[in-house]
Ligand binder design. Sequence first.
Ligand code: ADP
Length: 390
Amino acid sequence: MVVETNELARKLLDIARADPDDYARLEVPDSDLAPLVVAVNLFLERIRHEHEVLRRDASVGRRMLEASTVGVVLVDGDGLISYVNPTARRMLPPRVEPMGRKPIVAFPIAELQEVVSLAMSGVEPEPVECNLGRMDIIVTASDLPGGGAMVTLRDVTGDREAQRARTDFVANVSHELRTPVTAIMGYAETMLLERERLPEDLAAMLEKIDRNARRLRDLFEDLLQLHRIESRRRELPLAEHALRPILEEAVIGAADKAVQRGQSFTLTCPASMVANCNPEALRTMVANLASNAVNYTPSGGNIAVTATETSDEVVVSVVDDGIGIDPVHQQRIFERFYRVDDARSRALGGTGLGLALVKHLALASRSRISVESAAGRGSRFRIHLRKVRR
Ligand code: ADP
């Protein structure tokens, strides 16, 4: 019995050291150990089967990765590359053989390094788009169970080209139509100089022509400006500037209009406050937000533009106590031509592009826009300008 037990233990040790594929069935002895050996054989069979299933899954997974049109790079728990699929090799030809190397050594792309570091530290990074000269790709990364990260690379060159072709077309059309519209406006204005000599109905028609031509001109100007920002590949240059003069200039038009509409308009910004910003972009953003605040607030309402500072941000707020925006619309108002109330916006001469412009300028100048509002309760738009770390 003792001999049999020892022999069984030795055989089990041999099996434990072997590859699951080579697990041999144990011969069932004619003794008390028979049930134990039968149970061991059943376990061995199960392990062999599960090993086979795992191997098949791994092989299917690998084939899917090899055939995928998405580039995939796997990084192990030590931060070294453990796999690169053929698409990733095609998109980012590695500088050296990548296996076993740090991503930054094989693929010296700052954006890739950034998302991998974030994913490895357990923070889910936002997808980032990078331009590699001939190609636009979106890089994402996520951490893997048990350590390491998976980086995916999506080629969006075709999408971006189509988008560029579309916006180029719109910009060209706007550019071509700007001149005739300016001519129409010029003629209407000239004829209106003689208003008192014109029959009343003709003067009214000319005023309509003038008003509509101006709307068209504003629309073309906004489309062209949006196109200029979008087609810029690089971010706008930022530097430290005194904030108050920028805000004072930005709100001139809106403040005048507020007076005409019987609204109170205040600007509060300490003279000493500086902000890391692109003055032109900031001026356009504040001018658009302030103009909206005036437009969407009834006569007698209040509009306040204020600049405040926290330890890491300078925040410019544009606050009104006007009609407000229901939360269901708040994400969409930054899309081109999205209006909560189409008729009201058009009646106010809005192009429907103001907030799209604000969003793009914020992106291009590394700032952020936030909005707090409720229908009937007014709105608070904020521009968050990041401070420079010293
Ligand atoms: P528009 O030219 O129509 O004003 P915008 O892009 O500037 O276009 O704004 C989009 C829409 O967002 C507006 O049509 C309006 O419905 C809403 N909106 C923007 N600012 C405000 C505000 N301060 N109060 C209420 N609604 C606003």
